[in-house]
Write a protein that binds this ligand. Sequence first.
Ligand SMILES: NC(=O)C1=CN([C@@H]2O[C@H](COP(=O)(O)OP(=O)(O)OC[C@H]3O[C@@H](n4cnc5c(N)ncnc54)[C@H](O)[C@@H]3O)[C@@H](O)[C@H]2O)C=CC1
Ligand SMILES: Nc1nc(=O)c2c([nH]1)NC[C@@H]1CN(c3ccc(C(=O)N[C@@H](CCC(=O)O)C(=O)O)cc3)CN21
Length: 289
Amino acid sequence: MNIIEKFNKKDKVISFEIFPPNKTMTLKQLLDVIDELALFRPDFISVTYGASGNANSNYTIDIAQYIKEKYTIEAMPHLTCITSTKDKIDEILRSIEEKKLRNVLALRGDLPTDPNFKFPDPLHFQYASDLIKYIKSSKYDISAAAACYPEGHMDCDSLDKDIDNLCKKVEMGADFLITQLFFDNEKYYTFKDKLSKKNLSVPITMGILPVTNAKQIKRITTLSGASIPAKLDTLLKKYENDNKSMMEAGIEYACRQMEELNEFGVDGFHLYVMNKPEVAKKIFKNMNW
Ligand SMILES: NC(=O)C1=CN([C@@H]2O[C@H](COP(=O)(O)OP(=O)(O)OC[C@H]3O[C@@H](n4cnc5c(N)ncnc54)[C@H](O)[C@@H]3O)[C@@H](O)[C@H]2O)C=CC1
Ligand SMILES: Nc1nc(=O)c2c([nH]1)NC[C@@H]1CN(c3ccc(C(=O)N[C@@H](CCC(=O)O)C(=O)O)cc3)CN21
């Protein structure tokens, strides 16, 4: 099923994001994580591909297929394009289709950290919009979702310019959007206000990261540029060396953030649970879902 149909049918679409096995988690451990996450029957689960510029793209599609076949939960592999040739993208799209997956999150992807990295020449896909255009204009029966940046993308000089680039992704056929993680709802309200002047009518689901330890936040804010409101900063300092309390406080913070967004009116919540079923469990309990 195309995920957009869920947005059309439901008041709130709830989804999870996970990452493939890496040095911190084996495939077997990940499959156990998925077993636990599936109990919550999310509307879909997305699986990262080369997240944070890492080459952990192996397994992304196999894991998505496993989720869909074993649990009949819709699964959406991420696909990043800046480091890929056209042939590689075709190979992946073919494999997605063969495995009866119908949705991808089409991304440019983080730039490789290796300064000597050789980008494909010609650079067929420079922006996510190039990938979306390609998917939509080709023979693939695959829907494309895209990322959006309530605080603007880090590589872009202004929020207004980044919003114009976002509009290109939607014009090319992105059928719903997932926000970059953010901790300050005011940033989202400002973003939404700017979007209201743009005639952009696709659903937007809120990317929410429940903070589970203070170190994680340092890494992820470098990657995302998300600003930290004073209230969250106080918690991060208070529980710097106490992961258990940080997780409780982080989950509480995420739930209050979602409640407020719920009142404002949003299309869904995409939880960056990142392979931690206990986070999903606590959120569902706290939110009474
Ligand atoms: N690997 C993964 O699973 C995930 C990665 N991300 C991150 O998302 C970020 C970039 O991905 P996307 O949002 O898909 O990139 P994008 O291509 O939409 O945007 C990247 C940058 O290029 C600019 N831009 C976009 N289209 C443009 C155009 N047509 N002309 C000129 N400038 C344009 C944007 O304003 C932005 O600064 C990366 O940092 C990526 O890694 C986000 C979610 C998940
Ligand atoms: N620029 C950018 N790149 C991304 O890959 C990315 C985003 N933004 N934003 C949306 C999601 C959120 N992503 C992530 C990625 C990792 C953690 C995380 O908590 N990582 C753990 C380590 C996990 C492990 O490898 O075991 C951490 O403690 O940093 C959270 C969100 C990936 N995605």
